[in-house]
Design a protein around this ligand. Structure first.
Ligand SMILES: *Cc1c(COP(=O)(O)O)cnc(C)c1O
Length: 429
């Protein structure tokens, strides 16, 4: 099945109990065992089955299967949010110490997770000077537990050279973990280019309507954890009476351990209702992405020729430095995130922002609505000015996540806000 079809049918034919064809919501916590012996076998992870919804749930299961199929992966764990997926995936690969190497352009909270939270857990985050593969390669060594990147950076909109980063990671004996939230599997499947693990915030384009938080970890099932650098996968787990994940689960060891260690004990579990809402969203993912992409192109072109705008960063422009990577990885389809600077700098950007009427002043992306963020006052506020510069966020940067409204209505609102926001700077010229 192709991606459009998988979005609708992947991982689910009909409900085994009732033959319902829409996704059933299993809004329950526990599942009855047939016997004490069956319970014991399930608890020993010897047979599959449901026992408690913190570990697995039939509705969440459908979502996990569908996301795994869309990404071309082998196994998936859904989580309560994108950050839960990221912290679980990164701890699962690096708990006990070691380093994680990443480019500087990252989602603000992910940067904080790496730079501060994981550091307190003994994991050393190394941020490269840029997303250039050579700069990443310079920081990789025998302590490296993973190379991590966002396929399309949020909010910078940069595109990482997945194939090159996968080679760098693999040459160093580590997996490549890719956050594919912005691209979605409709535009890019990182596993096809060598990524080992793909992480998502399902809160964004995948769910797509701004109504449910969720995250997912997808494992390609190709990375060999038995190299000596990942003892937690090869040595008996005392918390699970001596189970060795790599032996018992083989190609599904990463997700099995993420579920049995992190999901079970830290509990950032996705609610069945949220899984349902996200699955409803995924059914129209391909259609929505098509419209997001087309609207963003029209908005980028209009802004580019607008004298009230200083600069527009949009990978769909031929002179954008990521254009060639977009051709290679996104089939020439630029994502619907773009950033620009309102003429007049920081103050003009704030006036523009405050004058928006249709476009929403919010921090998220990937909603049906057109959304606008001023990163320096919101998502990237915890960073030092130097860190902001390296993340390519300047004080006047405004980020748009272009929605699927009629494009003329989006353009009219931007025009109105610019007429109020950028006017004084124009007059001063
Ligand atoms: C939003 C986002 C996250 C965090 O996801 P939540 O669901 O908000 O926790 C991580 N990475 C990227 C690229 C994001 O856009």
């Amino acid at each position: 099945m192709r991606r459009e079809t998988l979005s609708i049918h992947g991982g689910f034919g009909c409900d085994p109990a009732t033959h319902a064809v829409a996704t059933p919501i299993y809004q329950n916590v526990a599942y009855e065992f047939d016997s004490a012996d069956q319970a014991a076998a399930m608890f020993d992870l010897e047979i599959p089955g449901y026992r408690y919804s913190r570990i697995s749930n039939p509705t969440v299961d459908i979502l996990e299967r569908r996301v795994a199929l869309l990404e071309g992966g082998r196994a998936c764990l859904a989580t309560a949010s994108g950050q839960a997926a990221l912290s679980t995936a990164l701890l699962n690969v690096a708990d006990g110490g070691g380093s994680i190497v990443a480019p500087p352009q990252l989602y603000g909270t992910t940067h904080t997770l790496l730079a501060h939270t994981l550091r307190r857990h003994g994991v050393e985050a190394r941020f490269a000077r840029s997303d250039n593969p050579q700069d990443i390669a310079a920081l990789v060594d025998e302590t490296t537990r993973a190379v991590f990147c966002e396929s399309v950076g949020n909010p910078a909109g940069n595109i990482c050279d997945i194939e090159a980063l996968a080679k760098i990671a693999h040459d160093a004996g580590a997996p490549l973990i890719v956050d594919n939230t912005v691209a979605t599997p409709i535009l890019l499947r990182p596993i096809e280019y060598g990524a080992d693990i793909v992480v998502h915030s399902l809160t964004k384009f995948m769910g797509g309507h701004g109504v449910a938080m969720g995250g997912a970890i997808v494992d390609a099932g190709r990375f060999d954890w038995r190299t000596g650098r990942y003892p937690t996968f090869c040595e008996p787990d005392e918390s699970y009476h001596g189970l060795v994940y790599a032996d018992r689960f083989g190609a599904e060891a990463f997700i099995a351990r993420a579920r049995s260690v992190y999901q079970r004990t830290t509990g950032a579990v996705l609610a069945p209702m949220s899984a349902f809402l996200i699955l409803q969203g995924i059914e129209t993912l391909a259609l929505r992405v098509e419209r997001h992409v087309a609207n963003a192109r029209a908005v980028a072109l209009a802004l580019r020729t607008d004298p009230r705008i200083d600069w527009v960063e949009y990978v769909g422009f031929e002179d954008n430095r990521y254009h060639a990577l977009a051709d290679k990885y996104l089939n020439g389809q630029a994502p619907s995130l773009l950033t620009f600077g309102v003429r007049g700098g920081h103050e003009a950007a704030k006036r523009f922002y405050d004058a928006l009427r249709l476009v929403k002043r919010v921090v998220n992306i990937g909603d049906t609505r057109t959304l606008c963020c001023h990163p320096a006052s919101a998502t990237h506020r915890q960073m030092t000015p130097q860190e902001q510069t390296r993340a390519r966020v300047s004080p006047e940067t405004v980020r748009l996540s272009v929605g699927i409204e009629h494009v003329e209505d989006i353009l009219a609102d931007l025009d109105h806000a610019l007429s109020l926001g950028a006017a004084p700077a124009m007059a001063a010229e």
